[in-house]
Design a protein around this ligand. Structure first.
Ligand code: NAD
Length: 269
């Protein structure tokens, strides 16, 4: 392994892909050694720096992920669930650390990561920022301290292009609240209320999603009782926080034993 781990970014042309490439190129702790896009994408075959509208970076965008991964110590992947499953198998084959930021994976898809995690390090988190991971811990503690007189609601807002709801972060927060209460989220989650839903059930955890404009990501965890309420809030104003967290995870994973980890491990929270 070289002093500065080589990193491949998948989904290079995406909102997060571009941010990751900038973050890696600005870092003195890692090198960009590959950029992957889907077959047929207009960036394939071009220098990734030029495709981003800047100076050449000496890295050509490829649609052959295994060739790219074989040169790398880590793969940072913010793409789509199907693509992430394919990349997990290939990153394991290359023994590269696979940092997964992709959200919207079903429980079945998450279970399918297990064979890859037997051979390589996977760090997966619905949110890579320090602030949100701290909020997750706070949510767990507050939920554990309050009884079911407090209704828990997770409210999130994102830009108009987001394709999944609730957000991966909202689900992390819901999981944390459920864990704090000692219940299973799947048993108590109220998602997508519409029409005559009936009164709110005691002990349930509700989710609401707002989509619009260029909102990077906002999350409130509301604990509402009769006569008072507590709101825990995180507001992201710059995608760079996710990219910095992902790079930190890629570096942290070097030399770790195979298995699945999350940002709580990386940040030591
Ligand atoms: P985006 O649509 O801008 O980018 C996704 C990119 O993936 C596109 O460039 C697309 O061409 C590429 N892609 C899709 N399938 C591919 C394949 N098979 N091979 C190679 N490339 C492929 O989306 P985005 O806003 O950058 O978000 C990407 C994902 O990251 C989403 O799931 C989003 O929710 C998630 N996200 C996670 C965090 C976090 O901290 N975990 C933060 C922000 C976004």
């Amino acid at each position: 392994m070289t002093h500065r781990p080589g990193i491949v970014v998948t989904g290079a042309s995406g909102r997060m892909g571009r941010m990751l490439i900038e973050t890696i190129c600005d870092s003195d702790k890692a090198r960009l050694v590959g950029a992957v896009e889907r077959a047929g994408h207009s960036w394939v075959g071009r220098d990734v720096g030029e495709a981003m509208g800047g100076a050449a970076l000496g890295v050509t965008v490829t649609d052959q992920p295994l060739d790219a991964f074989a040169q790398a110590q880590a793969v940072i992947d913010f793409t789509a669930p199907e693509a992430t499953l394919e990349f997990a198998a290939l990153a394991a084959q290359a023994r590269a650390v696979h940092v997964i930021g992709t959200t919207g994976m079903t429980p079945e898809q998450i279970a399918q990561l297990e064979p890859a995690a037997r051979h390589a390090v996977i760090v997966r988190a619905g949110n890579m920022s320090l602030g949100v991971n701290l909020l997750v811990q706070l949510t767990k503690r507050v939920a554990a301290a309050l009884d079911e007189d407090f209704d828990i609601e997770v409210i999130e807002a994102h830009h108009r292009h987001k394709v999944d709801a609730p957000s991966g972060t909202a689900l992390m927060l819901g999981e944390a609240a459920a864990e704090g209460r000692g219940v299973t989220l799947a048993d108590v989650a109220d998602r997508g209320r519409d029409g005559i839903t009936g009164a709110r059930e005691r002990g349930h955890i509700g989710f609401s999603a707002i989509r619009g404009g260029d909102i990077v990501g906002e999350h409130d965890v509301l604990f509402a009782a009769d006569g008072e309420r507590i709101v825990l809030r995180h507001v992201a104003t710059d995608r760079a926080i996710f990219a910095r967290g992902a790079l930190k995870a890629a570096l942290w994973g070097q030399g770790k034993g195979p298995g699945q980890y999350d940002m709580v491990d990386v940040l030591g929270l």
